[in-house]
Write a protein that binds this ligand. Structure first.
Ligand code: NCD
Ligand code: ZN
Length: 480
């Protein structure tokens, strides 16, 4: 049988990979990359996309977005969230379970899946919750197809109860057997609540009180507790929104010990600092974990190169504009949109000489694909991979503004900031989903991703809760 003809070619672009950039034409057939050829050698095709003067990157994979649906659609829904992603050069999102209902059972997963599949214009994975109340649902959630799990060790939007350590250990024992990665909001809830309540009792409502409640040890302690339990059980973990320079030594320590731990930071931790909270309207940057003192920024940038931080995600966390304002910091919603601005912000850093385009591809496409078992079909431009692409113009500038975001959450800490380096077209499986800053695909083009994780590697299986709650005659033949 003859293969179907090439349907699309992207000509004249600079094709960027983690290992370098080449001038090449990209051939696309049935949504996949069918070939890379020297410029000018592309065969005729129905559709020709002219990428002269542009760079073609693998589409961004953002492993941390909150699209709010079901339950909080005044903040965002799968339509608006995925449109924002597409415009931002993001072709795959992993969506968090702190919706209403939360994604805590296979049934609630199916509910969210159907909403996403009918509305999203980008591909998606859905996290299941590792919560205080649902350990018996972890396995059914895996069977239903979750991309991974989310553990909230620290309180945040949605007020989902944080599991105690016994539940976390049991949850990790189960996840280690399943082999899927658990993304972790690493903050110590009892500490942050005690400090928050003490400051509220003392009458503090100023923006800095938020940072004071969640001071560095809140993050460092939770990171190390999570890594200790992950090492013991063999669970794979991913630390979301790493904000704290003091965590980085510990991350390298756990990686050196062989713990399967990956780490993300966010553009806001690289670009913003806590003092900005004192400016008029500065409360918009309230988020969890907090944006810290400026001294954290340079170590976090360095972490992108020394192996401690694997990837850049967004924690896209939209709220209604009025929920993001107010003089009492405790009443200001936590989080702000990011999925549309992350690639422009990182491309701006490329133009400033802070990192290379190859680094951006590693941090925003390759590393997330590897950590979550997508690499090969996504996260790379090579024959056989999905044609998920961000065509970027490194010379194009824009002034960021909340009002023009495609997210329903019209607030931004980047108001008025000029970025240089913009996605001008985004393709998901060969289809153009955004062009010149506007979404162009019909709702429902997005599909749930298929994942292939390495074989599970559980440890200390003879001492798990499941093992000790069946009758035992003999002591464990334990080894160290
Ligand atoms: C997130 C949200 O609003 O869902 N908010 C935030 O401040 N980061 C939740 C989270 O990721 O903690
Ligand atoms: Zn979080």
């Amino acid at each position: 049988m003859q293969p179907s003809p090439i349907d699309t070619v992207i000509t004249g672009g600079q094709v960027v990979g983690e290992d370098g950039t080449v001038a090449a034409d990209i051939l696309i057939r049935d949504g996949r990359i069918a070939g890379l050829v020297a410029p000018g050698l592309a065969p005729p095709a129905d559709r020709v996309i002219d990428a002269r003067g542009k760079h073609v990157l693998p589409g961004v994979i953002d492993v941390h977005v909150h699209f709010r649906e079901p339950g909080m659609t005044h903040k965002e829904d799968w339509g608006t969230g995925s449109q924002a992603a597409a415009v931002g050069g993001v072709t795959t999102v992993f969506e968090m379970p702190n919706t209403n209902p939360p994604t805590d059972t296979a049934e609630n997963f199916a509910l969210k899946h159907d909403l996403a599949a009918s509305k999203s214009i980008v591909d998606f994975g859905l996290y299941g919750l590792l919560g205080a109340h649902n350990v018996e649902h972890l396995e059914p959630l895996a069977a239903a197809g979750v991309i991974g799990y989310k553990l909230f060790m620290g309180n945040t939007t949605g007020d989902l109860p944080c599991p105690n350590d016994g539940t976390i250990l049991e949850g990790f024992e189960i996840l280690a057997r399943l082999g899927k990665r658990c993304s972790i909001h690493a903050e110590n809830s009892p500490i942050l609540f005690r400090r928050e309540h003490a400051m509220q009792a003392a009458g503090r409502t100023d923006p800095m009180a938020h940072l004071a409640a969640r001071t560095d040890v809140v993050a460092v302690e939770a990171l190390n507790r999570a890594a200790t339990l992950a090492e013991w059980t063999g669970a794979r973990i991913h630390i979301v929104h790493e904000s704290c320079a003091r965590s980085l030594d510990y991350i390298r320590f756990w990686k050196a010990r062989g713990v399967d731990i990956t780490v993300e930071t966010l553009p806001q931790y690289l670009y913003l600092d806590a003092e900005m909270m004192l400016e008029p309207g500065g409360e918009v940057i309230r988020m969890n974990p907090p944006i810290r003192e400026k001294a954290h920024q340079e170590p976090l940038w360095a972490g992108l190169f020394d192996g401690s931080i694997d990837m850049v995600s967004t924690d896209h966390a939209p709220h209604a504009a009025e929920e993001k304002r107010g003089a009492d910091i405790w009443k200001v919603a936590c989080g702000f949109p990011g999925v549309e601005t992350s690639l422009p912000l990182m491309l701006t850093a490329v133009n400033a000489g802070r990192l290379t385009l190859e680094d951006v591809v590693r941090l925003m496409a390759g590393a997330p694909a590897r950590a979550f078992g997508l690499f090969g079909s996504k996260g790379v431009i090579r024959v056989g991979a999905d044609a998920d692409l961000a065509i970027v113009d490194m010379g194009k500038s824009a002034v960021l503004s909340a009002a023009t975001l495609h997210s329903r959450g019209k607030s931004s800490p980047y108001e008025g900031m000029t970025v240089t380096g913009l996605p001008v077209a985004t393709l998901v499986r060969g289809k153009t989903v955004a062009k010149d800053g506007q979404p162009v695909a019909e709702p429902g083009w997005g599909k749930m991703v298929r994942q292939a994780m390495p074989a599970p590697a559980p440890r200390h299986t003879e001492t798990t809760l499941a093992a000790i709650t069946v009758p035992h005659q003999r002591p464990f033949a334990g080894t160290l």
